[in-house]
Design a protein around this ligand. Structure first.
Ligand SMILES: [Zn+2]
Ligand SMILES: [Zn+2]
Length: 111
């Protein structure tokens, strides 16, 4: 798992595509702070629903990683929780801020 912005392997946050479970990216502490400031860790700042920046339909959840379990040299398992307080981003903000270029069509949310 590498930071989607700088390639640092020491990521502290995941970027999870809520509608395509195989799509996962990482975000390191430095980039998290550079892009979102301290804001992404501040629940009060969040919109009550949706994208943390505009309140739109969230596409990505950005949970903090609780811990990383190393399994051998290349395999590692990540522990994280996506809760109601997890920072989320809509597709527009995810692409503009994180530079994600996804091949995403209009998909219905999974139940
Ligand atoms: Zn980074
Ligand atoms: Zn947004």
């Amino acid at each position: 798992m590498e930071c989607v912005l700088c390639g640092n392997v020491d990521v502290s946050r995941l970027v999870v595509d809520k509608y395509g479970q195989s799509q996962r990216y990482g975000l390191c502490d430095d980039c998290d702070r550079a892009v979102f400031g301290v804001i992404s860790a501040e629940p009060l700042w969040h919109r009550p629903r949706g994208c943390g920046l505009c309140g739109d339909q969230p596409r990505f959840a950005l949970p903090e990683i609780d811990y990383i379990l190393k399994k051998g040299e290349s395999v590692s398992e990540l522990e994280y929780d996506i809760t109601i307080e997890t920072f989320e981003l809509c597709l527009d903000h995810a692409t503009s801020i994180l530079g994600l270029s996804l091949n995403v069509g209009q998909q219905e949310p999974l139940p």
